[in-house]
Structure formats: C-alpha cells, structure tokens
Design a protein around this ligand. Structure first.
Ligand SMILES: Nc1ncnc2c1ncn2[C@@H]1O[C@H](COP(=O)(O)OP(=O)(O)OP(=O)(O)O)[C@@H](O)[C@H]1O
Ligand SMILES: [Mg+2]
Length: 283
C-alpha cells in the first residue's frame, strides 16, 4: 500500500481564537487530552462549543478536523473510500482517518445526528485501544498520543430515538456548556461586534427573557450567536429594530403571536400590550 503523506496544512488554527472561559473547561479538556481520554461537549446551540474547540486546538498546537454529522453520514464518509477514475483506483481517507494520521483533534459536531452504525466506528478509537480499523484497505490505524476525539451534542433536542448509546457516551468525559453569565456574555458581544457596553447589555437582558420562554412558546432561547449577529448588524449601521427583528425574533420563531410578543418586548414604547412575562425590555 502506498504510504500516506498527509499534510496538517489547512487544519492548523494559526491565530488565537478569542474565547472567554465559562468555568474550568480549559483545564478539564487539557487534563483529558494529556490522558488520551475523548471528550463530549454538551450544550445548547450557539453557546460557544465550536469556538472552544478552535481555541483548544490552537492552545494545544494541534490541527483541528471538524465533521458536521447528519443522518446520511456513513462510516465510509468518516473513514474513507476508493475513488475510481479513468486512470486509476485510489484510496481517499475520510476526515476521521486523516485526523488519526496527522494526530489532529477530530471534532464530530452533533454526533447524535449520525446513524447508529456510523457512530460505532469511533468505538475502538474512543477506548484505550485507540485504533481505527479501515476494513476496505485492511489497515489498522493506530492513534498517536497527540490524536484526540471530541464530540458535541445538544441534549435539549434529543428524542428517545436520537440519543447517544450508553456504549458510546460512556467512553467520554463530558463537559457541560451553557449560555455565558451576563457579564461574560456582554463582554463577548462587545468583543465580537464592536458595539458599546450599553447595547450589549440590552441584548443580554433580552436574551434572558427569551430563555425564560423556552418550553413556553419558544423551542430555544436566543443564543449568544444570535446576540452577536444582532450587534454586528447594528455596528454596521442597521437600526436596532430591524437588526433585532432579523437577527433575533425572526430567527427564533415563525409563530406570528410569539414573534409579535418578542418584538414588543424589544420596543415597548411602540407596543403597550406587551405581555408581562416579557418585561423588563429593551427600549
Ligand atoms: N465563551 C465564548 N467566548 C467567545 N465567543 C463566544 C463564546 N461563547 C459564544 N461565543 C460567540 O458565539 C458564537 C457561537 O458560538 P459557537 O459557534 O461556538 O456555538 P456552538 O455551541 O458550537 O453552537 P452549535 O451547537 O449550534 O454548533 C461564536 O461565534 C462567538 O462569537
Ligand atoms: Mg458548533
């Protein structure tokens, strides 16, 4: 079999990704990494999991290979396949095999979306064997100590059908993420968008309202990501109302009543009928 010369170029995180720690997640991840224990990141959408992984890859000077999992993802998509061209038949590594060869951090985003038969291919890599059998080529790829497997999932969206098997989850240490605390979230918005602290503060308060509505009309509250989007629009000169409508209310819900309530919460002077549950509000 031809030797695989795989480059880390393109996977290295060259500049430090800005990341505000929520707690001791950096120390936890580093300790897991040094002990070659795979890591599971749990938390709602837009709360900083991907940014954290980018930051850790930079901190540990490892390439980062990210795979967004979906329900059509097959084991071959992860491990690799033969590609037949007119001239030759060539083996092409999938992202997981590539990550093992280059000693990368392999981040499987939204792992529960992947089919169960796909998820099991990570099992031998995720326990102390740390190998990836490549059935089609007969290879057994051994992970070096630098290789790290990390997966993420959002426990809020799972149904019984789409949950992680115990045999998968019990191979990982878990780090829990949530929306950052107010002061931290304000700082993140200011840093990511350039808006002033006052606008950031209003956005954080508004986010708090929507998060309280989770399960009572909203599937999910406004994420830090959405707040950053709203702030970025405003920083580009979009007025607060259309910026918040586009980045927050329309993004959060298609329900016209809920939408009206959310917009009213942001602009109470225009809407005297604002529901009490949405006070205090942005003005
Ligand atoms: N702790 C943090 N430090 C710096 N930026 C943050 C932090 N948390 C959230 N952000 C901001 O929020 C945005 C969204 O975060 P990110 O993409 O990491 O979310 P996620 O948890 O991976 O969401 P998903 O589950 O949908 O993939 C980031 O691009 C960044 O601007
Ligand atoms: Mg993400």
């Amino acid at each position: 079999m031809k030797a695989h010369a795989v480059s880390t170029e393109g996977y290295l995180v060259k500049r430090e990704p800005y990341y505000e720690p929520q707690g001791d997640e950096i120390a936890l991840f580093e300790a897991a990494y040094r002990n070659q224990i795979p890591v599971l990141l749990k938390g709602p959408t837009g709360c900083g999991k991907t940014r954290f992984m980018e930051h850790m890859a930079w901190r540990l000077s490892r390439p980062l290979v990210t795979v967004s999992c979906h329900d059509d993802l097959t084991a071959s998509d992860l491990v690799g396949r033969y590609l037949i061209t007119a001239a030759e038949t060539a083996w092409v590594d999938g992202p997981l095999a590539r990550a093992v060869r280059i000693g990368a951090i392999c981040y499987l985003d939204e792992i529960v979306e992947a089919r169960k038969d796909t998820t099991v291919v990570i099992h031998p890599l995720a326990d102390d064997r740390r190998v990836l059998p490549v059935e089609k080529t007969g290879e057994l790829l051994e992970a070096t100590p630098e290789f790290c497997l990390a997966i993420s999932y959002n426990p809020g969206y799972q149904s019984v059908l789409k949950d992680l098997k115990q045999s998968t989850r019990q191979r990982f240490i878990a780090i829990e993420f949530d929306y950052p605390a107010s002061e931290l979230e304000r700082r993140i918005i200011v840093h990511e968008s350039g808006v002033g602290a006052e606008i950031a503060d209003k956005l954080v308060k508004f986010a708090g309202m929507t998060r309280n509505l989770k399960g009572n009309g909203l599937d999910e509250g406004a994420s830090t990501r959405l707040l950053v989007h709203a702030a970025q629009l405003m920083q580009r000169g979009v007025a607060p109302r259309p910026a918040c409508a586009a980045a927050l209310s329309l993004a959060l819900s298609d329900d016209p009543e809920m939408l009206a309530a959310i917009v009213a919460a942001q602009f109470p002077r225009h809407s005297p009928t604002m529901p009490r549950c949405l006070q205090p509000s942005m003005s």
